[in-house]
Design a protein around this ligand. Sequence first.
Ligand code: OFO
Length: 178
Amino acid sequence: MMKKKLQETFNNQINEELYSAYLYAAMRAYFESLNLQGFANWMRIQVEEELFHARKFVNFLFERGAEVKFKAIKEPQTQWGSPLEAFEAAYEHECHISDCINKLSTLAVNEDDHASRVFLEWFVTEQVEEEANADAMVQNLRLVKDAPGGLFMLNREAGQRVVSPTIVADITGAPTGG
Ligand code: OFO
């Protein structure tokens, strides 16, 4: 059985993941309003990533016989000064999430809950990718600055992003072949 403090912190993390989805949904809407549909697509995929993260936490708590509590999700920012500013905010948010996951892992170790510690390893690795993905967009946008041609190309590239097969399988129940 998970200790109460750990259960509470896991439930806070579910809220963080749902807020992440909400924030990226707001960023998608921002890009849609600018007619930058490639960046909007990038954010749409990111929303799916975050909902997947939230479901992983929920399922783990169910498996452990712990209580799942859905708390109010705070309202996200809805406007940014430029595409670069939006992706910088996304990168900063991912750094914040990495911090939350690290603190949760430390708590799991301190509470001697090794099942939680092992479960959280997936998220520790995932956060490396989450930060890198957002940072790559920031670096590319800094390179092109305000050049319309560069922005056009980055937007088109971002439009190629697709939902990972693991997430599709989680949503549809389809076999992944793994
Ligand atoms: Fe973006 O990693 Fe979850 O929150």
